[in-house]
Ligand binder design. Structure first.
Ligand SMILES: Nc1ncnc2c1ncn2[C@@H]1O[C@H](COP(=O)(O)OP(=O)(O)O)[C@@H](O)[C@H]1O
Ligand SMILES: [Mg+2]
Length: 299
């Protein structure tokens, strides 16, 4: 069994609003699956359906090769650790006391709690009140709560939200390490940057629809590199180019295939724009993401 999560036509409609629209997810075993999309694109709603916290309007979910139903949910859930939306935890209790609640609820051993706290590097801070934790420590406590049961699947909703770069790096290292141990990790974010360096598979949502699912390399392969036209007269080049951005020494154009490139270059030449050089430059992954989710899409 290579996929830990699959969904077919997974859909959630709130009154007249389709929050999640016909999703076909495939989350492979032992990898970090980055679930990306702008705020409001349906990430949390999807994760809640995967955990059986919200009923789908239509479509189906398979976890560990087994259909998720009311009956199977109780059997499947113990293998899944999750953190949805805000990090959990009572502010007036210490980290350890919060873990104790999880321990009692799930009937875990003290060794499991110690191990989870050590994994997120909270051992030394475990006796501090959560109200005195930084956001990063709260996120890590949330991950420890999800980890304590030794899950084979972790579903984490925006665990890097609001963290500083060092905190993001810490969570990133942790999730990569867990995947290396064979735990499947599905992690969401609205910021590509936070996910990019840890996820080996990306699922990108926009308006409830999956607009891309595959490897980072696949994403690059499907994007059209930008075109930079070097010229001493960028104003004249802009006049011929339509949508273009002035850059040092010329103009930059996005989303032009071979035919459109030929047409633009010819227009400029006919208009007497001096062209020193025409070259392709790879977009940043952030640009590809913005194109997909914000500027109409290339796929
Ligand atoms: N309980 C709910 N009732 C009505 N609309 C909801 C509810 N939960 C989420 N939505 C709507 O569904 C859409 C997707 O929300 P959400 O899954 O939270 O997105 P994300 O996690 O990607 O920010 C949004 O338009 C949101 O307003
Ligand atoms: Mg959300």
């Amino acid at each position: 069994m290579s996929a830990v999560i699959t969904t077919h036509g997974l859909t959630k409609i709130f009154r007249h609003h389709t929050a999640v629209d016909s999703l076909d997810l495939v989350v492979p075993h032992g990898q970090v699956y980055g679930f990306l999309g702008p705020n409001g694109s349906g990430k949390s709603t999807t994760m809640k359906m995967l955990l059986g916290l919200t009923q789908p309007t239509s479509g189906s979910i398979t976890l560990f090769g087994e259909p998720l139903t009311r009956a199977s949910r109780m059997r499947l859930l113990p293998s899944i650790g999750s953190m949805i939306e805000a990090p959990p935890g009572y502010a007036h209790l210490t980290g350890r006391e919060n873990m104790r609640i999880v321990q009692d609820m799930l009937d875990l051993t003290t060794a499991q709690i110690d191990h989870a706290l050590a994994t997120v590097r909270l051992t030394e801070q475990q006796h501090k009140l959560v109200r005195h934790y930084s956001l990063g420590m709260k996120q890590r406590l949330g991950i420890a709560m999800a980890l304590a049961r030794d899950p084979s699947l972790l579903i984490l909703d925006e665990p890097t939200n609001g963290l500083d770069p060092a905190g993001i790096e810490e969570v990133r290292g942790l999730l990569i390490r867990l995947a290396g141990e064979g735990i499947t990790v599905m992690v969401s974010s609205h910021l590509l940057d936070e996910i990019d360096k840890m996820a080996s598979v990306l699922g990108i949502l926009a308006g409830g629809r999956m607009i891309f699912q595959g490897s980072r390399d696949d994403l690059f392969a499907q994007s059209v590199p930008d075109l930079v036209i070097e010229t001493p007269d960028p104003a004249a080049a802009l006049a011929q180019a339509g949508h273009a951005t002035p850059v040092a020494g010329g103009v930059r154009l996005s989303g032009l295939d071979k035919e459109k490139t030929a047409a633009v270059v010819q227009r400029m030449a006919v208009a007497g724009v001096p062209i020193y050089q025409v070259r392709r430059v790879q977009q940043s992954l952030e640009d590809v993401f913005m194109d997909l989710t914000g500027r109409g899409g290339l796929l």
